[in-house]
Design a protein around this ligand. Structure first.
Ligand SMILES: Cc1cc2nc3c(=O)[nH]c(=O)nc-3n(C[C@H](O)[C@H](O)[C@H](O)COP(=O)(O)OP(=O)(O)OC[C@H]3O[C@@H](n4cnc5c(N)ncnc54)[C@H](O)[C@@H]3O)c2cc1C
Length: 318
């Protein structure tokens, strides 16, 4: 067991924000460890195709994540994936992170990049049919619905883009609660011109039914108030996200949505602790914005560490 190892910076989370911070810090010869709960890459690995990352016309999320990981480790960044954080001590100058496997790490600075996860509908039957017809990941499960009829719930960019991608396999009906979409206009136009996509607007799902697998849903029209059964083989839910910040409750300032409150340099209310990516309070959540936040956090940490070191030198020479 490797206990009590010390780093200049520990980054929590290995999505695009954390990996970018890892690239910048390690390249600046700052001893960096990334601790990640899941597989390296974060939400990127759920995306079948990324076509809006500048300089790369089209790439799978898995590939982009692999490249970012390689870049970080080539510069000397250490990454530990599939770990579970048991405790964090952030308030002292020397920060401590303890893992469930017994390892403990200390650092002079921390960057929090835990990202977010899909929001669920909270409708009866949803938990029962998760993985039995209900999915939150087109890339992971789309293929299972080849030649079937499926429903996509949501009206933002993820919902519309994933609905289009799912037409590779299945006929899609988009169910959305409003009479208009929040997605970018070009994405909506692409969906509207796709003959394999139908739309049910101003409606919500109120129930899931089936035996082993899902067979039908109840759809309530919000205008008329009437609920009708609708036959379907699967339901993909893309209705937004929740920040993965439960483990930070009472440790750092969060807003009422659970997002980490940061200043423009990505510093938090605790000295030496920074945050970046989808978990911070902001309007737009994309790989590019996560990468931008990760860059700013890494550069700010670099300045912070210079201050800490010059303070230490001053104390020694005094
Ligand atoms: C289906 C889908 C399609 C998308 N398509 C696109 C697209 O085409 N283009 C685009 O720009 N964006 C897209 N996005 C959004 C993009 O993936 C996110 O904005 C981006 O990944 C956020 O990066 P992040 O580093 O902040 O967080 P994440 O990618 O969420 O990574 C956070 C990481 O932190 C880890 N973590 C969480 N909690 C802890 C903890 N307590 N301890 C340790 N580790 C922890 C997680 O396991 C994860 O690996 C898509 C998202 C989804 C879900």
């Amino acid at each position: 067991m490797e206990t009590n190892r010390h780093y200049d910076t520990i980054v929590v989370g290995a999505g695009p924000a954390g990996l970018t911070a890892g690239i910048y810090l390690s390249r600046a010869r700052i001893k960096t460890l990334i601790l990640n709960e899941g597989i390296t890459g974060g939400q990127m690995i759920l995306t079948h195709e990324i076509a809006n990352y500048p300089g790369v016309e089209s790439i799978s999320g898995y590939q982009l994540a692999s490249i970012m990981k390689k870049q970080a480790t080539t510069f000397g960044c250490e990454i530990r994936s599939n770990v579970s954080i048991r405790n964090m001590q952030l308030n002292n100058e020397l920060k401590t992170i303890s893992l469930s496997d017994g390892n403990q790490y200390t650092a002079d600075s921390i960057i929090l990049t835990p990202g977010g996860r899909s929001r669920t509908l909270g409708v009866p039957g949803e938990d029962h049919f998760k993985g039995r017809g209900i999915s939150y990941c087109a890339t992971c499960d789309g293929d299972f619905f080849t030649d079937k009829e499926i429903v996509v719930v949501g009206g933002g960019n993820s919902a519309i883009e994933e609905a289009v991608s799912l037409t590779k396999y299945a006929k899609v009906t988009i169910v959305h609660q409003f009479d208009h979409f929040q997605a970018f206009e070009h994405a909506v136009e692409e969906a509207r011109s796709n003959p394999k996509i139908k739309f049910i607007m101003e409606s919500v799902i109120t129930g899931f039914h089936g035996n082993e697998n899902i067979q039908s849903i109840d759809i309530k029209n919000l205008r008329s108030g009437r609920t009708k059964p609708f036959k379907t083989d699967g339901v993909f839910i893309f209705i937004g996200y929740l920040p993965n910040t439960e483990f930070l409750k009472d440790k750092i300032e969060l807003n009422k949505r659970g997002e980490i409150v940061v200043k423009p340099d990505m510093s938090t209310n605790i000295k030496g602790v920074y945050a970046a990516g989808d978990s911070i309070a902001k309007s737009f959540r994309q790989i590019t914005t996560a990468v931008g936040d990760g860059t700013i956090a890494a550069l700010a940490v670099s300045n912070y560490l210079n201050e800490v070191k010059s303070k230490q030198k001053h104390l020694i020479s005094a």
